[in-house]
Design a protein around this ligand. Structure first.
Ligand SMILES: C[S@@+](CC[C@H](N)C(=O)[O-])C[C@H]1O[C@@H](n2cnc3c(N)ncnc32)[C@H](O)[C@@H]1O
Length: 358
């Protein structure tokens, strides 16, 4: 093997040495291998990257989330010290839009301790350019946040965390693995089944060959943050594509250059993601002591938060941009675009009434 093996070579070597790897291990290597992972390379966002996200479509997205957090902070009695943590802040656009609005509330900026959790050095540089003025600091461990209330925002972060897949067999669930056949990466099954009783009850009656995806990493992140928010007070807002009830079905996907790609073909070159199981996320947050609010679609939530009024105001103030502003609103809200696929999840300290959830 070459002195500086590529990520596909490293993965294949690991399989040859230790045997087939779980999809979670494969995803973890593809996305966050310390030097060759997808999220360790160039900025993947935008028209020339691999995908585009809601904050990059319109400033209104971040502004309405900014209002959301001011409202929560005020409901908590406008504490003099609190942490606002963003998971996977991309270019920092979402947080910059949020804070432009939120810091108009008296006392918010002085009380703010801004923390970012990010793995990509290219994106950290962009976040720094947008958010240095707010004293942003990067954390590598959630337990390092301050002692005040914790407010968390994550847009399209949880879908990027590794999942495991299990295929229903006669005797139980067999984990799907990535192995090599004739030197080519292929999916296979672990022959030893996991008992049916170890999996969520909701999928106990699944038929043979149905696929169950389990986001252990999602659960771990939510559990840690949920415990802190529950002890110190706070709220966690998660926006992502996903499903409301735990269910079977395959959602693992690869995207490169705005096109679907083969999950196994180009490790490290394509984005890998999976839909988020919001029921499972809610169960973990609830166990940590937070109240779970009814899951909303992104479209409904943005409308309840006032996106239509904001669209009118912005287009009135920028008539030459009015068409672009309206089409950005449609892209975020309409069910045929992002409005229904994307969901808004909120777990908060009991007693808080998060805006936008009916
Ligand atoms: C799909 S992008 C979303 C970016 C941003 N939230 C937005 O909406 O534009 C995923 C973000 O999560 C970061 N990320 C992915 N996996 C991560 C991990 N394991 N640890 C920390 N950050 C991660 C990426 O670098 C990127 O900033």
């Amino acid at each position: 093997m070459a002195d500086n093996p590529t990520l596909p070579e490293l993965i294949d070597m690991q399989i040859r040495t230790t045997g087939p790897m779980s999809i979670a291990t494969y995803m973890g290597l593809c996305l966050t291998h310390p030097s060759k992972g997808y999220y360790k390379g160039a900025d993947p966002l935008g028209a020339r990257g691999d995908f585009i996200t809601a904050p990059e479509i319109s400033q209104m997205f971040g502004e309405l989330i900014g209002f959301f957090f001011v409202n929560i902070w005020q409901q908590m009695g406008s504490p003099k010290e609190f942490t606002l943590l963003e998971l996977g802040p991309g270019r920092g656009t979402l947080m910059a839009d949020m804070l432009r609005v939120a810091c108009r509330a008296e006392g918010f900026r002085d009380a703010l301790d801004l923390r970012l959790f990010e793995t990509n050095p290219a994106l950290i540089a962009e976040q720094n350019a947008h958010l240095e003025a707010y004293g942003a600091k990067w954390v590598d461990s959630f337990e390092k946040v301050g002692p005040g209330p914790l407010l968390v925002i994550a847009n399209e972060f949880f879908d990027a965390l590794p999942i495991r897949q299990f295929v229903r067999g006669k005797e139980g669930w067999h984990e799907r693995m990535v192995g090599l056949s004739d030197g080519k990466r292929q999916f296979g099954l672990n022959p030893t089944p996991v008992p049916i009783t170890s999996m969520p009850e909701r999928v106990a009656s699944a038929g043979e060959n149905e696929v169950l995806e389990v986001g252990f990493a999602n659960g771990e992140v939510m559990s840690r943050l949920g415990r802190i928010a529950s002890t110190q007070g706070g709220a966690i807002l998660v926006i992502d594509y996903g499903y409301a009830r735990s269910q079977t079905g395959e959602t693992l996907q690869a995207v490169r250059g705005h096109q679907y790609a083969d999950v196994l073909a180009e490790p490290g070159a394509a984005d890998l993601s999976a839909h988020v199981d919001f029921e499972a996320l809610g169960a973990v947050a609830s166990k940590a002591g937070l109240a779970i609010h009814p899951l909303a679609t992104q479209g409904d939530w943005l409308v309840r938060m006032g996106i239509n009024e904001r669209t009118k105001a912005l287009s009135g103030a920028n008539p030459q941009q009015a068409d672009n502003i309206r089409s950005a609103r449609d892209r975020l809200v309409e069910p045929t675009q992002m409005g229904e696929l994307f969901k808004v999840f909120c777990a908060a300290s009991p007693g808080l009434v998060p805006p936008g959830f009916s």
